[in-house]
Design a protein around this ligand. Structure first.
Ligand SMILES: C[S@@+](CC[C@H](N)C(=O)[O-])C[C@H]1O[C@@H](n2cnc3c(N)ncnc32)[C@H](O)[C@@H]1O
Length: 263
């Protein structure tokens, strides 16, 4: 159930990265986890959990945000032009995913929504922004999350939070999310089949029994051929939207049990 909360997240000013303490460097709506992190804010404490796997404890073939990458992301968000950081009018987030979300969920209230790997994108949060929803961004890049939350606050999107976390070990409690959305997210696009299965298991674990997963792009005839059996074992396709046959957004409903031995 959703708490009725008011207003958009308050943001602290962003001092330069170097020399900042952890609590100074984040918008209030960005949650960091780990031994030295502040407690999880009460407003999202029933949704977020420490990941079961430790960040960084993965085989090196998986992408992680090294200090070098983080520094380049920070440069990008501090100096990059805003139009490049925001979703352009012609992006599929704006032309395909936003309209799909509006059509399918625009009438709903009280949803807990998670977006995996949004970077600085705001379309999903802004499209579904409602005082009775909670929106949680999960991304490994803290600079991206800070910038995304700054944009959302400027746009007066409500109830938006972000947590620095990994899609292979989601920092979300079991069975909590009504909706999980992901667009162009490496764990579901370019990862190994084994890693895709791990990421899909995490989505399955964190969705409510009647929860839905919006996945883009899904290309079962092409690069995403290995996804079809993985999805079939965990989810049922209940809706889809496309502008090109190889750029399909699918809406997946969670099956009661994962079955089969397809990964
Ligand atoms: C290509 S961007 C996608 C941005 C946006 N969703 C879009 O469609 O334009 C990929 C994002 O995924 C994040 N990312 C990559 N691997 C991740 C992982 N294992 N867990 C969480 N975030 C990850 C990156 O930090 C980056 O912000």
């Amino acid at each position: 159930m959703i708490h009725a909360l008011s207003g958009s997240p308050t943001l602290k000013k962003f001092p330069q990265a170097r020399g900042r303490t952890q609590s100074e460097q984040c918008p209030d709506s960005v949650v960091l986890l780990g031994r030295h992190a502040p407690p999880i804010p009460a407003r999202v404490a029933d949704l977020i959990q420490e990941p079961r796997l430790q960040l960084g404890g993965f085989p090196s073939r998986r992408w992680v945000v090294t200090p070098h990458i983080e520094a380049s992301h920070r440069q990008q968000v501090e100096h990059g032009p805003e139009p490049e950081l925001r979703d352009s009018a012609s992006s599929e987030l704006k032309t395909l995913i936003g309209p799909l979300l509006h059509r399918r969920y625009g009438h709903r209230q009280g949803m807990d929504i998670a977006e995996l790997g949004p970077a600085t994108s705001t379309t999903v949060a802004a499209t579904l922004s409602h005082a009775t929803h909670r929106y949680l961004a999960v991304d490994l890049s803290e600079p991206y999350l800070e910038k995304q939350q700054e944009f959302l606050a400027q746009d007066t999107a409500t109830q938006c939070y972000a947590v620095k976390g990994d899609s292979y070990a989601l920092p979300i409690q079991d069975g909590k999310a009504d909706l999980i959305v992901t667009s162009c997210h490496p764990p579901f696009v370019s990862a190994s089949t084994q890693d895709k299965a791990i990421a899909l298991d995490e989505v399955w674990r964190t969705l409510k029994e009647d929860g839905e997963f919006v996945l883009f792009p899904y290309d079962p005839q092409g690069r995403g051929a290995d996804m079809a059996p993985l999805l079939e074992a965990r989810f049922e396709i209940v809706d889809q939207s496309q502008q090109r046959p190889d750029r399909v957004a699918v809406v997946l409903k969670k099956r009661p049990l994962i079955y089969g031995a397809s990964g």
